[in-house]
Design a binder for this molecule. Structure first.
Ligand code: SF4
Length: 282
């Protein structure tokens, strides 16, 4: 069997940076190291970190006293209110917010501060959106073009002269973002659209499309909880395709194919990709 890797696969810049910061903190810190929420949507990578002593915190059950402890802020970022709560509890913050997400947080604050009514395109419950929204509690989250149109019409009825702007979740698809911009733009033609889309997701999807055209079957390596990994599986579905979290998930049927493509989501560790590749070759 021949195994061909996708041109772009695995960790994106923001996740690699957060994992490197966690690794460094666990190596040197003599006090407890916490993460504000799971650092990565990959069970094996999380287990490696928790085995080394990382403790995952939940906003609802924050310990009141974190004096002397280090708390890593994950790549999705957090709200300024939560950041203040952690600082007030005595924790030292290690800010692994992805620089691209940080730029969106700063932009939304600047726009709201200068009188814009801001629409935010993305998933209401996603950590990145919750974090950005914390910088502008009045901004309007719209998950799809229908919701965006309804929100724009409601705002127009209340403030027909509103100056409006649109930002998106960094991982939203360009087509979805354009459709949301169009829906709001019909109501507010002067909508200021800011491009906040990160190419990491698109690059992995494009390289999978190129790869899928050249292989008989596809293996997607990554966590089932990871939205970007599940999207890769959906793209690969033109061919026989499987999502595997570890080498033991590789299906027996794979031996029926001569050429297998290998791709991985942005939260899949290099070591896991290598282990799956090796198991396929064996
Ligand atoms: S997908 Fe892009 S924005 Fe999100 S963490 Fe990775 S590099 Fe940062």
């Amino acid at each position: 069997m021949k195994v061909i890797r996708a041109r772009v696969l695995g960790y994106c810049m923001g996740v690699r940076r957060a994992m490197d910061m966690a690794d460094a903190a666990l190596l040197v810190s003599e006090s407890p190291v916490y993460a504000m929420g799971p650092l990565i949507h990959n069970p094996q990578a999380m287990k490696t970190l928790t085995d080394r002593g990382l403790v995952v915190l939940d906003e609802e059950t924050l310990p009141p006293d974190l004096s002397g402890a280090s708390v890593i802020i994950r790549a999705h970022g957090i709200t300024p209110r939560l950041e203040a709560a952690l600082t007030n509890s005595g924790a030292t913050l290690i800010d692994a917010t992805c620089p691209r997400v940080k730029a969106s947080q700063m932009k939304v604050r600047e726009l709201c501060g200068t009188g814009y009514r801001v629409f935010l395109a993305g998933e209401k419950r996603h950590g990145e959106i919750i974090g950005i929204q914390g910088y502008a509690p009045d901004c309007i989250v719209a998950g799809d073009p229908v919701l965006a149109a309804a929100a724009a019409e409601k705002l127009f009825a209340e403030e027909p002269e509103a100056r409006t702007a649109l930002l998106g979740q960094t991982t939203i698809s360009p087509d979805e973002y354009a459709a949301i911009a169009q829906a709001i733009g019909r109501v507010f033609p002067n909508l200021h659209v800011i491009n906040t889309i990160c190419r990491a997701t698109g690059d992995r999807q494009d390289s999978l499309r190129e790869l899928a055209a050249r292989v008989d079957a596809v293996i997607v390596v990554g966590g089932r909880e990871s939205a970007n990994t599940r999207r890769l599986l959906a793209i690969a579905r033109d061919k026989p395709a499987w999502l595997v979290e570890s080498p033991s998930d590789i299906p027996g049927e794979i031996t029926a194919y001569n050429t297998v493509g290998l791709c991985a989501g942005a939260s899949t560790p290099d070591g896991l990709i290598d282990a799956v590749e090796q198991a396929l070759c064996e």
